[in-house]
Design a protein around this ligand. Structure first.
Ligand code: TZP
Ligand code: MG
Length: 214
């Protein structure tokens, strides 16, 4: 198991629009619960821009640094470079994988893929890990594709593709183990942590599920 595979186990994604309280409070609790990876994803209605976006990113990055948790930025390559973030996560509608790879050098590059072909080209063009989903129905991403379960994860593994993979979409502590059993290395979640009554306990429960202890 590579360090990246290990680090992707409990991957928390969040921005201010996903939080019911201060984002820094939510992140603090998630860190206390044991998240292993973090992505700043400032998107949707009411999302911050410019200096406010930068300030929040910087603050959350500082918290991640303190706990040696990799800090990635969603979509915004310029912000990731300005902050010297650990990496970026992009989708198919963003700049091409090869272009982003050029821009970020050896920083971590995560790519969302939905088909076998997207996966093989992303791999060839320099992705470090794949985000695959929505696995289960989700209300968090407005333009999400229909949920397709774990079929693509299984197909990639059956074909010997061993790049690190995280599942995304509607994942919680009840269903996380099924995503791992299908061949993912970790689970990425937004609301299972950000909307939890206790983000700390929700994170703990996710970790237990990922580790297969229940
Ligand atoms: N990409 C596919 S589903 C999704 C993203 C960003 C949203 C995941 O959010 P949640 O709340 O964990 O279902
Ligand atoms: Mg994107």
């Amino acid at each position: 198991m590579t360090n990246l595979q290990e680090a992707l186990k409990v991957y928390f994604i969040m921005g201010s629009t996903n939080c019911l309280e201060e984002p820094a409070e939510v992140l603090k609790k998630a860190i206390a619960g044991g998240i292993t990876f973090f992505q700043f994803r400032e998107k949707g209605e009411g999302a911050l821009n410019g200096a406010k976006k930068y300030a929040l990113a910087k603050k959350l990055q500082g918290m991640c640094k303190e706990h040696q948790i990799p800090f990635l930025v969603n979509d915004d390559i310029e912000l990731a470079l300005e902050l010297n973030a650990d990496g970026v996560h992009i989708g198919q509608e963003d700049e091409p994988v090869s272009v982003v790879r050029e821009k970020i050098g050896d920083k971590i590059l995560g790519v969302s893929v939905h088909t076998f072909d997207e996966a093989t080209s992303a791999l060839k063009d320099g992705a470090d890990y794949f985000g695959i989903g929505p696995i289960f129905p989700t209300k968090t991403k407005e333009d999400a594709k229909p949920s397709r379960g774990t079929v693509l994860i299984e197909a990639l593994r059956e074909n010997g593709i061993n790049i690190p993979i995280v599942g995304i979409g509607g994942i919680n502590s009840e269903n996380a183990q099924s995503v791992i059993a299908a061949g993912a290395d970790g689970v990425s979640v937004i609301t299972a942590i950000s909307h939890a009554e206790s983000p700390k306990e929700a994170t703990r429960a996710l970790k237990i599920s990922v580790d297969g202890k229940r």
